[in-house]
Design a protein around this ligand. Structure first.
Ligand code: PYC
Length: 315
């Protein structure tokens, strides 16, 4: 199985070029559902130790629904599929350019939650035009074990997010463990209170905000991903959810730039245009760098060929 690794603003992506499972026919959403239902061993084996680690997002290249698109892609982590993934889309754009499969300019990419656009601005810089994003619930308060009441918004940015405007824990690299624990406790509180996305969808990403350190940034965030790892980047789908909230509150005008800083200090430039469904169409611009090209080996005699899964790190 040939893979190409990259990082986007610090967050790793592993693009699977070939050797993935046979997902049969059907729409990309149907093939993605098959990946999740029948091939979780494959996902874990690609991203988890001993070949990877829990922060890696996999990006399986598949035929697109629309042959006019540059590619179809299914994103996955150590637990399940992701609907969309902003940092991995930027990483995929840079990877496809590295392979000579795309050149500068706008390209379409089919994902399980819809078509997105990628603009290759230079060898390392990509703008992603994401799926329409919107705020679903405003000012939801939940009682968090050991913390007290925490208030946030529920928004869709290609994944479901709970966004907390003022983190009770400072957003510093030294606080990764307490920030992770706090975010896991918030996620548990949402589950207990039965707060969900549309149609009962699990809110699997928690996003905490605080003041930026970089004078050129507008805000800093910490994002807990579904598998329990934190996002090293400012999180493309999290930025999309944030843009939906800023727009709904009248705090950012269409086309106005906003700089989101991550907990490690990396940044994305983000903006939006009004969407046809009343939400926003986000544009996320960031940089990625290819870090390796490799062939993954799966020895039938290797007891850990499907990855090391000692515990469910999601809670
Ligand atoms: O960039 O959208 C994103 C993302 C989701 C999970 C990790 N990164």
């Amino acid at each position: 199985m040939r893979v190409i690794d990259s990082h986007t603003a610090g967050e790793p992506t592993r693009v699977v070029l070939d050797g993935g499972p046979d997902l049969g026919s059907g729409t990309l959403a149907e093939r993605a559902a098959r990946l999740q239902a029948e091939h979780l061993d494959f996902c874990a084996s690609v991203v988890l130790e001993p070949r990877g680690h829990d922060a890696i997002i996999g990006a399986l290249l598949v035929p697109p629904d629309d042959p006019g698109c540059a590619a179809g892609v299914i994103f996955f982590n150590n637990l399940r599929n992701l609907g969309m993934c902003g940092h991995a889309t930027i990483g995929l754009g840079v990877t496809l350019a590295h392979l000579g499969r795309i050149g500068p300019g706008r390209h379409g990419l089919d994902t399980p939650v819809g078509r997105v656009g990628i603009d290759l601005l230079d060898a390392n810089t990509v703008s992603v035009v994401n799926v329409e994003s919107d705020r679903h619930l405003k000012d939801v308060t939940v009682e968090v074990d050991g913390v007290g009441p925490v208030t946030g918004d529920v928004a869709w940015g290609g994944n479901w997010f709970f966004l907390v405007g003022k983190s009770p824990v400072a957003l510093t690299g030294a606080n990764i463990r307490p920030l992770t624990d706090l975010s896991l406790a918030i996620r548990t509180a949402l589950e207990t209170a039965n707060v969900t996305g549309r149609d009962g969808a699990w809110i699997d990403h928690i996003e905490l905000f605080g003041p930026a350190e970089n004078p050129e940034a507008d805000s800093r965030n910490f994002v807990l991903c579904p598998g329990g790892a934190y996002d090293r980047s400012p999180c493309g789908t999290g930025c999309s959810a944030k843009l939906a909230c800023l727009a709904a509150d009248g705090k950012l005008a269409p086309g106005q730039d906003y700089v989101q800083e991550s907990v490690i200090g990396s940044t994305y430039k983000i903006s939006y245009q009004p969407g046809p469904g009343g939400g926003v169409i986000p544009t996320i611009t960031g940089q990625a760098f290819v870090t390796s090209r490799a062939t993954l080996m799966f020895d039938a005699a290797d007891p850990y060929r499907a990855g090391i899964r000692l515990q469910d790190t999601s809670s």
